[in-house]
Design a protein around this ligand. Structure first.
Ligand code: SF4
Ligand code: SF4
Length: 351
């Protein structure tokens, strides 16, 4: 499971929050970056208010293969090939036709896709906000320059612990050098994300990761672990304390939003009353090219993206998801919040 907080970029890219960027470009780079952010933020808000059926975020799996094998993850294998670039470009064109506001490229490990930067550039040409999620292991200066040139706007690098163990291999000891590289060369925003609740013994590791991210001038966010159905295990007292500390080390609107939208209740073992708009405001495009509600509810609706229409968006927007009370998928909570007080009509629970 990869807790996906890349929507932190989409959320923070609203015009009134532009001054919150953690990176410090200079001169024309700063002006250009701010202009691009302004355009992206304005366009995103336009999609929000333009129609309730405009997708706000599509997560696109560019390969299911991963170079690591974390014990708690169900989103990877060790053998899948990269999705052919021609397929990715067709998906991106169709997402643009559906008026999708932003794309996050993910995996598996997306840096195993040799033409990832071409897909990013194609999405940027459509005016979409483009971000990616990575474990960081394959980052090099060359990759960072390619991502800069493609117009990538945000990267989430996931770090769960200080040293690799059977549960998570995404460790600070393995990728701290990559954080320094990013600090020096990345022209996109970087967010370090840790998942709390992987093991109780690793609780303090998350605090150290947050402090290290701050040392490199990078934003940090924290997710909470869910199981294979997307359900949260309530946090222990020590984990609660670590969560509070981490949010103080790297305060952000995303922490505040996630806490208020769903984390507060779930961390205390209480369900949330909300309407999941997966399949409409949020799309998960798996390596099979089909639209799924999310990584944890594959198969629904399971329609090929190239056949997905606004009628599908309308239906899934209204469809109630019985897994919603204990869902921890922050990006879906965030993309659904804009329609919080609109009703649902159809009930179709997952298996
Ligand atoms: S690095 Fe990410 S995709 Fe790969 S196994 Fe670990 S959690 Fe899963
Ligand atoms: S509530 Fe929505 S995002 Fe959460 S697990 Fe269910 S379908 Fe996925």
């Amino acid at each position: 499971m990869k807790e996906t907080l890349l929507s932190s970029y989409q959320v923070s890219e609203t015009p009134q929050l532009l001054a919150k960027s953690s990176k410090k470009p200079t001169g024309s780079t700063r002006a250009s970056s701010r202009f691009n952010s302004l355009v992206s933020g304005t366009r995103f808000l336009g999609r929000v208010v333009g129609s309730r059926y405009n997708p706000l975020l599509a997560q696109v799996v560019v390969t299911r293969r991963c170079n690591l094998s974390c014990g708690y993850c169900n989103e990877y294998d060790s053998f899948s090939p990269p999705v052919p670039l021609a397929d990715l470009l067709a998906w991106i064109d169709h997402l643009a036709a559906l008026k999708t506001a932003s794309i996050t490229f993910t995996g598996g490990e997306p840096l195993l896709h040799p033409e990832l930067d071409q897909a990013i550039a194609a999405a940027r040409r459509h005016g979409m906000i483009v971000t990616m999620i990575t474990n960081g292991f394959r980052l090099t200066r060359g990759w960072i320059e390619r991502l800069n040139a493609a117009g990538l706007q945000g990267m989430q690098i996931s770090i769960d612990n200080l040293k690799p163990d059977d549960i998570s291999m995404k460790s600070l000891s393995s990728v701290e050098g990559k954080l320094a590289l990013l600090q020096q060369h990345a022209r996109f925003k970087v967010n370090v994300n840790s998942v709390l609740g992987v093991t109780n013994e690793r609780t303090q590791d998350v605090v150290t990761v947050a402090r290290t991210a701050a040392k490199y001038g990078l934003q940090h966010s924290v997710g909470v672990l869910h199981d294979h159905t997307g359900t949260l295990k309530p946090l222990a007292a020590e984990q609660m304390e670590a969560y509070k500390l981490v949010t103080e080390i790297s305060p952000s609107i995303v922490h505040t939003l996630n806490y208020r939208l769903f984390q507060k209740n779930l961390m205390n073992g209480r369900p949330n009353d909300w309407k999941c708009r997966a399949g409409a405001r949020y799309l998960y495009i798996a390596e099979d090219g089909k639209v799924h509600w999310c990584s944890q509810q594959r198969g629904y609706p399971g329609i090929p993206l190239l056949e997905y229409t606004r009628a599908d968006l309308r239906r899934e927007y209204e469809t109630e998801k019985s897994c919603s009370p204990t869902c921890t998928l922050s990006c879906v909570h965030q993309m659904s919040m804009f329609d919080r007080y609109r009703g649902t009509q159809v009930s179709r629970p997952p298996a």
